[in-house]
Design a protein around this ligand. Structure first.
Ligand code: MN
Length: 254
């Protein structure tokens, strides 16, 4: 059997330790290609660059940087760099910091994995929760094991696995759902050096709801949290209700 073709990207930028440790850990499992942003792109979500041309620079054999977003990188990776050879798996990460609960919507790391799924390639997003004594090495080792299993077992189309690794030595593995986070102080007002008012978003300390069976809860209990995420954001339950109760809405398009 030929070696699996693995495409790596991230949102922290090409030089981030998490990506480099991941690339090293996957060496030998398959043919590892990296197409990553040339700088930090955290919280850019699923942004795609359409208003200017993109530049891609080859840094070494199978290693490229793009002056764009993580989604741009996956698009160029699949549709340009590896256009004649479909990758078997895209792995995004290892992100510096958690991507759990509602935060997956802001995450460039998770969105890059979603872009792969949109383009028909199975994907995993891996994030390292930062805390005392953390290192990327366990997350990288685990990412390799999970990649191996996904290559063996496959994933449903339009679904990815979102992985968050706790800072200390993990107590085990938990399959779980997304949790709920609260921002205690959504916007912080400040004054810039020129005396003008400015604002920081997300300046307050994050607080998560302690709901068992959620990623936040499992990671806080020392487990590696694995959450399957699907691209289809349709609320199928509400859709069925709306269709049943359509007449009660008394809506008209005319
Ligand atoms: Mn990041």
């Amino acid at each position: 059997m030929t070696q699996p073709l693995l495409l790596l990207t991230n949102d922290d930028g090409y030089t981030s330790e998490g990506l480099q440790v991941l690339a090293d850990a996957l060496e030998g499992l398959g043919e590892v290609w990296v197409v990553a942003p040339d700088r930090e792109n955290s919280a850019v979500s699923h942004a795609l660059t359409l208003s200017r041309p993109l530049r891609m620079t080859r840094l070494a054999d199978r290693r490229f940087v793009v002056d764009g977003t993580p989604t741009d990188c996956v698009t160029l990776g699949i549709c340009q760099v590896l256009k004649d050879r479909n990758p078997d798996l895209v792995i995004s990460g290892i992100n510096f910091g958690a991507n759990m609960g509602d935060d997956v919507h802001y995450s460039g790391t998770v969105s890059a994995a979603f872009e792969a799924v949109i383009l028909g390639v199975p994907a995993i997003a891996v994030s390292q929760v930062v805390g005392e004594g953390f290192s990327f090495h366990f997350a990288a080792k685990f990412a390799r094991l999970l990649a191996e299993r996904v290559l063996e077992r496959g994933l449903p189309a339009a679904t990815l696995l979102n992985v968050n690794v706790p800072p200390g030595p993990p107590a085990g593995i938990a399959f779980c759902r997304l949790g709920k986070r609260r921002y205690t102080e959504g916007v912080v007002e400040d004054t810039d050096p020129r005396g003008r008012t400015c604002y920081w978003i997300g300046g307050g300390a994050p607080v998560w709801e302690p709901i068992p069976g959620t990623d936040f809860h499992e990671v806080a209990s020392g487990f590696v949290a694995i959450t399957p995420l699907q691209l289809d954001m349709t609320d199928h339950q509400l859709l069925a209700t709306l269709q049943r109760e359509a007449a009660q809405w008394r809506l008209s398009a005319r």
